[in-house]
Design a protein around this ligand. Structure first.
Ligand SMILES: [Fe+2]
Length: 305
């Protein structure tokens, strides 16, 4: 795993061979860093986002933009100041569109083969946040979504550090292909192919006596494994303390992107980040052997989605 720096010069002439190389670098578990973001926000918008918390807008937590619905959701939206909420909506919509426009060119081989997932604004200081263990961002983990199974699609995330002066501080670990065999099948069973597919949160909900309170989520064997793997890494004190890791400091004004389903990561410090997630189809991979799906199918000798 390493951080590959993309210079502004390299963005002048993007052709298919350069774009294919960048896809490959991502798929091999590298982080691509743009020291100067290719998706800048107007200074006034950045200022607005940085000062949301102090304003009485009520908008300061858990803010997600859902492009398919063109809606912002968050715990505080109901109580938010209407003008601030409208402005936030416009900013997040434009950010989502700008990132998509940039990556459509930059990652040309993925063209039309991804699903645009949520964008989010992360206004809180990451150092010292008080969250339940499985939701902590400062513990090493690979990403998996409890309510949005990907069925083998990859989780690609693009970030902007909006802080005026501070870096966003990450640690990252060995990619999935190296990590998975250290945990499976000893600490976590290998995924079982369809037929033994877990029924997801509906059955869990019933088991907990929640009746129909939870919506049906069909997870593939792959998704069930990835969710358990996310939890297992966070809960494994030995891995958290002694697992191989490397620090990265993303400068103010930079962007970076990474396949967060394969690169274990933790955010140790930083404030004010924007993020857009893409779910990239497995058939779009230029190096599918590195993908978690490719690794798990090799290890289990079975098709998992
Ligand atoms: Fe994460």
């Amino acid at each position: 795993m390493s951080v590959v720096t993309i210079t502004p010069d390299q963005l002048q002439t993007i052709d298919i061979s350069a774009a294919t190389l960048w896809c490959r670098q991502l798929e091999e578990g590298n982080i691509l860093l743009f020291p100067e973001t290719p998706v800048p926000l107007p200074e006034a918008d950045t200022h607005f986002l940085r000062t949301l918390e102090q304003s009485s807008s009520g908008l300061h937590k858990n803010l997600a933009y859902k492009p398919a619905l063109d809606r912002v959701s968050g715990a505080d939206m109901k109580h938010a100041d209407a003008a601030a909420a409208a402005r936030l909506h416009v900013i997040l919509r434009r950010y989502s569109q700008d990132v998509t426009g940039f990556l459509t060119r930059f990652l040309l081989p993925y063209h039309a083969q991804w699903q645009l997932d949520y964008a989010s604004f992360r206004p809180q200081e990451e150092r010292g946040r008080d969250l339940p263990l499985r939701r902590r961002n400062d513990l090493m983990h690979t990403d998996a979504f409890p309510t949005r199974p990907t069925h083998g699609a990859r989780i690609l995330r693009f970030f902007n550090n909006l802080h005026a002066t501070r870096t966003r501080d990450w640690i990252t670990g060995e990619p999935f292909a190296k990590l998975a065999p250290q945990f499976a099948p000893q600490k976590i069973p290998m995924p079982t192919p369809p037929g033994g597919v877990a029924r997801g949160v509906q059955s869990l909900g019933r088991a907990l006596g929640l009746g129909r309170a939870l919506p049906a989520v069909k997870r593939s064997a792959y998704d069930s494994f990835m969710m358990r793997f996310h939890n297992l890494l966070k809960e494994d004190a030995g891995y958290q303390a002694h697992g191989w890791r490397e620090a990265s400091f993303f400068p103010p004004g930079s962007s970076w992107m990474v396949y967060t389903d394969m690169v274990p990561h933790a955010v140790l410090a930083g404030q004010f980040a924007l993020e857009q997630t893409f779910l990239v189809a497995p058939q779009a991979m230029v190096a599918p052997e590195h993908s978690p799906l490719g690794v798990l199918e090799r290890m289990s000798g079975a098709r998992l989605v």
